[in-house]
Design a protein around this ligand. Sequence first.
Ligand SMILES: Cc1ncc(COP(=O)(O)O)c(C=O)c1O
Length: 475
Amino acid sequence: MDRTGQEQVVSGTAADMAGAPAGDARPAAAADPPGTSLAPKGDFATLSKPHLSPILGRYFERSWDHGEGHILYDSAGRGFLDFASGIATTSLGHHHAAVTQAIKDQADKLLHICNALGYLEPVGQLATLLADACPDPLDTVFFANSGAEVVEGALKLARRVTGRPGIIAFRGAFHGRTFGAASITSSSINYRLGYEPLLPSVYLTPFPNVYRYFGDDEEAATTGAMGALRTLLGHEIPASSVAAIIIEPIQGEGGFNPAPASFLRALRALCDENGIMLIADEIQSGVARTGKMWAFEHAGIVPDVVCVAKALANGMPLGAIVSRRELQERWGVGAHGTTFGGNPVSCAAGVAVMNTIAEQGLVANAATRGDELIAALNGLMEQDERIGDVRGRGLMIGVEFVKDRATREPDTETCEALVQACAEQSLLVLNCGTHHNVIRFLPPIDVTADEIARGVELFATALRALPQHADAAGA
Ligand SMILES: Cc1ncc(COP(=O)(O)O)c(C=O)c1O
């Protein structure tokens, strides 16, 4: 059902088009579980709404049933080409054979002990694989359950190890919803509204947003944002009181804004000069998504701490703080901990993810498919002036919608309508950005060239069907 309650009927679903076997759709739920008899079969919204908290915003009013490869099926059996990947999480697609098998095997063996009780094979294996996947000297891993938890832990590590209070984050960043993470998040005021007082000694500084504030000039963005940061250090908090600077190498929720390589290098140098820890939040951009294992590698820098979650276990809850050993030794035994973090089933999934990425050359695939995607979207931008910018790296690509290319006024309405219009074409993409005017493309990292071409075709069809600005104004 779409927002208006109309069932969308299209000829040829994404499943057909992406080559999924015909008749592959499973029937809607076979038997009503207790308490569901009032909900029409397969309508999980009616089932859920009376007792699920309304706090969670939802992109779609659809009921989802299962996934196979790169196709997500709703409860009516209709397939959607999934270029949202559960917000950069199911990077190997759905029902991935190796990941599913690893989960089943570990579930048959042992679900949980709490890592405080000792050592488990998949946990040690994944730590080793992660250390191998990070540049030297990043070799030590603390496992948690989610992105926000990882960010919280990284902030605690930085404060404890440096003995300094200050945390600097970037305007427009998203780091999570717990109190510490929300204190350094500003991609939307809704994440902060009503929650003051947030964490003290947190300072926000402008992000080098090349398109929105620096007229496409990366060097100007670097100079401007570094200047603002130095001003902050000169007037509000001395560098000697700063424990950490945390940055998303590519801002995610804030609008898929890549930080220029020159900026990340300047930031690394500033941190080195002042004994400040540089924390890279790779929760959305990491694990091969951008055509490198980590987005910071595009700038040739090595952070002190890396935050990992989302795609690490292809949908199983898992996060990781990675740093050099000495930092976690100085953090101190018992300084931090978790009951569920590093769950063996999640870690087994993570081992399968990391092995699959290596065996199938998926870092390179993300780079190649990303080049194809960005080229196709640039082609669309040439034909459609509603698109103001196409940017990103690898398979983390944003398409920004504007009302006017000269003023760059954000076009939230077109972008939000487009998310729904794409779904009507059986393509799943999401929007992001402070003004919700950026479509984010997050296809699985093992996506094929044909799927990229098909996804862009469905996107273009959906966009063409929406009114042009002049039409909308004249309507
Ligand atoms: C860059 C970044 N950091 C942190 C988070 C928080 O992760 P979680 O939702 O798992 O707490 C997210 C989630 O979208 C993210 O994109």
